[in-house]
Design a protein around this ligand. Sequence first.
Ligand code: SAH
Length: 225
Amino acid sequence: MEGFSDYQATWGDKAREKMVKEQIIARGISDKAVIAAMRKVPRHLFVPGEYMPDSYDDSPLPIGYGQTISQPYIVALMTETVKPGKGKRILEIGTGSGYQAAILAEICDTVYTIEIVPELADQSAALFKKTGYSNVISKYGDGYQGWPEYAPFDIIVVTAAPREIPRPLIDQLADNGRMVIPVGPPSAVQELILVEKTHDVIVQSRISFVRFVPFKRLPAGNQAP
Ligand code: SAH
């Protein structure tokens, strides 16, 4: 088994290097910290076993429960857009596989992340432990409400698409904060939006067209703790 995981690690290093060169740098991602994080995080450990051989492909992949791990380029684009760095407080909505949170955790001190599918919340928490990302604080819940106990956040990254930007997330953005969020109808092309808050003035700009899984809500009366 030892030998197998050594082989896997070596294969992963090579496949990841190719991914970073061809999918990330070649498409214009230039933030050094983002590139270093994309080089480092073992994406193949964040996908279900049967998809491991495809884990460095230029595409999203199923992670079960109807959800997906985003395409590597989109993860890099969203990360670069929010300008992460040490000393910034960061919230992710939609932990999913945990991959995006791990990328952010390479760059920031602490990452708070919320997932609405309990099984995915459990799996990703176990994976953060296994892979040593002790600076990721995760919980099960409906990210619509944000995480008031830790607000305000300098950065919010939303990885599921609501029809409209949830008001509590705008409220929990700190002064000079940046949020990146896909917005649009479910199962259709959506727009990736950058929200910037400066002295309570909110400015939105379009970054790209994207396709994300829908932002879900917990039914009223069934709110997670
Ligand atoms: N960032 C993830 C992407 C997973 S797909 C990754 O790197 O793998 C988006 C995730 O958002 C799914 O797991 C979905 O269950 C979750 N999600 C959808 N609506 C949510 C909500 N209201 N609160 C928290 N998570 C939500």
